[in-house]
Design a protein around this ligand. Sequence first.
Ligand code: HEC
Length: 103
Amino acid sequence: MKKIMMIAVATLALAVAGFGADAKAGGAAFDKSCKGCHGATGAGNPAIAKMLSVTIPDLGSAEVQGKADGDLAKVISEGKGKMKPVKSVNADDVVAFLRTLKK
Ligand code: HEC
């Protein structure tokens, strides 16, 4: 019985992780709200980095990808350093898209 419960919980967790967030919708939101600064591939827009005199981290890098989903969502909804909060997007969907940028 306990084993069946564990399998049920694991299946549910997978379903939530796999289908809870919409990477495709997140990609569209990224194009609209993030690409200007972060570039289509997440590598960063050098002109914006220069203008803000800040280093824009490569979103596909091990450093950024090593962060938890919740931390990335928080950067989106609360901002970080020179990046202002982006409230117009579904942060979970955008995080799902960010995972596709992983190198
Ligand atoms: C005005 C330009 C700008 C826009 C628009 C912008 N960002 Fe950023 N982003 C930055 C800058 C600058 C940093 C570096 C902040 C710092 O570390 O001081 C950053 C950092 C990040 C980081 C890395 C945070 C970390 O902890 O290393 C993530 C993830 C990120 N942005 C995602 C996004 C997403 C997703 C969007 C769109 C919803 C977005 N950004 C929109 C400029 C921008």
